[in-house]
Design a protein around this ligand. Structure first.
Ligand SMILES: Cc1cc2nc3c(=O)[nH]c(=O)nc-3n(C[C@H](O)[C@H](O)[C@H](O)COP(=O)(O)OP(=O)(O)OC[C@H]3O[C@@H](n4cnc5c(N)ncnc54)[C@H](O)[C@@H]3O)c2cc1C
Length: 478
């Protein structure tokens, strides 16, 4: 194998999107994974609005849209009854898109294959040594790869993180739970729909079951029987849990797969150590509450990809800004999952907190803020500049025959002259869709930014005031 500029360890959603970003920029990479084949299993089931936006801005979403199981028009916070209203944000995707993680991984891997990039499978990382010029990676069985840079996208137990001796502070899980995809004989009355986790545990137990289509259900449960268990999830364990909850109305027929998870929260102290980076679960773990983990990883990859490419292609060094921008975003997600965990505690005092929280969530500004937190739409980076848009995500404005997302497809900076957008007259947008600079005066001089030399300049006299929701499929016709 020829030495790559970048070695990506781990072909989960994070590693595959990073690979797609670097490939788009023409950076030589190798992606390795210990698994001989994709598992086909999906922990995550939905794409949050911000992740939908970033995938769309590279043309990576359209094919998946045809396979959306369900569009969830609202999110939840700690399962409380007031919905999180995505529509309060100016987004083309005001919903969670129900697409299983396995399908996203398969799609990204197929996309990479069109560029001739195949995941090198059956390679388990066991050693990592870096010097001034590069990193030597060693794998089980004796294979070695020397690369300029290594990105650990190898999940919560990341070997890259451990071998690089990057601290992973936080706390262990307080409970252990099971996720299982099952086929059941379901004799319950009433319509089926997506259900939120139950907030009313019975004797210290919680069960949530939701349909995935084709007769398959996703069961999530925890109870006294699950605590302290570490072994494989068995058919009997799942059958017992289902019967305990539903009696004879739900009878387990087949266990497709099962796994254990906890509410452990940990975050890498450094997202970069010399020539090694961490992204996705390798950099942060937390409970699945709110469906944020995969989305956070995709957005890590999207932040790091163009910066690594800018360094390798143009010698522009923005690499430290990856930790500076993404560590606080990860910390905020960890914090919100912990807060949700507290709100879900079955306790009379916490019930009072829930009541207050429900009142607060009905205030439009509070609801919008929480929605932005969980969906990723509220991420704002600390960038220099006075304008209110600086550091915010650029809305995917309709620009006549094109749109901001269409223009971002090449992964380049944009210089936009917008003749009738109320927010600004001139905007510089980064390849990851965040506003680097904005001005209200149409004649404002474009500033020079490192890495923005290849920017695409676009003047739009068209109505630049709207973002059409994807349900109207406006972009499909373009
Ligand atoms: C029950 C449950 C439900 C969830 N639901 C959601 C949800 O609805 N929405 C959401 O956004 N997130 C959800 N998540 C979280 C989400 O699944 C993870 O955040 C996501 O898988 C992280 O992706 P990743 O690519 O960073 O890591 P992973 O998906 O863990 O991929 C890591 C890859 O690295 C490989 N690897 C590991 N070690 C090595 C090694 N030493 N050498 C080589 N390769 C290695 C692995 O084989 C794997 O392919 C859920 C998680 C759980 C447990």
């Amino acid at each position: 194998m020829k030495n790559p500029d970048v070695l990506i360890v781990g072909a989960g959603p994070t590693g595959l999107l990073l690979a797609a970003e670097l490939t788009l920029a023409g950076v030589p990479i190798i992606v390795v994974d210990q698994a001989l084949r994709r598992s086909g299993q999906s922990k995550a089931l939905t794409i949050q609005p911000r992740s939908a936006e970033i995938l769309h801005s590279r043309g990576l979403l359209e094919q998946l849209l045809d396979e959306v199981v369900e569009r969830l028009p609202a999110g939840h916070f700690a399962g409380l009854e007031v919905p999180l209203e995505y529509a309060s944000w100016e987004t083309r995707f005001p919903c969670q898109l129900g697409i299983p993680q396995a399908r996203i991984e398969e799609h990204l891997e197929q996309h990479l294959a069109t560029y001739g990039v195949q995941v090198a499978r059956g390679l388990t990382l066991t050693g990592l040594t870096q010097d001034d010029d590069g990193v030597l990676a060693e794998f089980d069985g004796g294979t070695t790869i020397r690369a300029g840079w290594v990105v650990g996208c190898d999940g919560g137990r990341s070997a890259v993180r451990k071998l690089s001796e990057i601290a992973f502070p936080g706390r262990d899980g307080r409970f252990s739970a099971v996720v299982a995809d099952v086929v059941v004989a379901d004799n319950r009355p009433g319509p089926r729909g997506w259900e939120l986790p139950s907030l009313v545990p019975r004797e210290g137990a919680v069960m949530s079951i939701l349909p995935l289509g084709d007769g398959v259900y996703r069961a999530l449960f925890t109870g006294p029987d699950q605590q302290g268990l570490t072994g494989e999830v068995t058919f009997d364990e799942v059958a017992r849990a289902l019967t305990g909850w539903y009696g004879d109305e739900v009878v387990l027929q087949e266990l497709r797969w099962g796994s254990r998870f906890t509410d452990a929260v940990r975050q890498a102290a450094q997202y970069r150590k010399g020539r090694v980076f961490l992204a996705g679960d390798a950099a942060h773990i937390h409970s699945p509450t709110g469906g944020q983990g995969m989305n956070l990883g995709l957005q890590d990859a999207f932040n790091l990809g163009w910066k690594l490419a800018a360094y390798l292609k143009d010698g522009v060094d923005l690499l430290d800004s990856y930790h500076a921008e993404r560590h606080p975003v990860g910390a905020a997600v960890l914090a919100n999952t912990r807060a949700q965990g507290v709100l879900m505690v079955p306790d009379d005092d916490v019930a009072c907190l829930r009541e207050i929280f429900v009142e607060l969530m009905q205030l439009p500004s509070a609801n919008k803020w929480l929605t932005g937190l969980v969906s990723g739409l509220g991420v704002r980076y600390e960038l220099p500049g006075e304008h209110a848009l600086t550091g915010q995500r650029m809305p995917d404005l309709d620009l006549g025959t094109t749109s901001v997302a269409d223009l971002l497809r090449a992964g380049r900076h944009l210089r936009l002259e917008l003749s009738d957008w109320a927010e600004a007259a001139r905007v510089v947008v980064r390849p990851d869709g965040y506003v680097l600079w904005a001005a209200d005066e149409p004649a404002a001089e474009w500033p020079e930014f490192a890495g923005a030399g290849q920017a695409l300049t676009v003047r739009s006299k068209a109505s630049a005031a709207a973002v059409t929701p994807d349900s109207e499929r406006s972009f499909a016709a373009r």
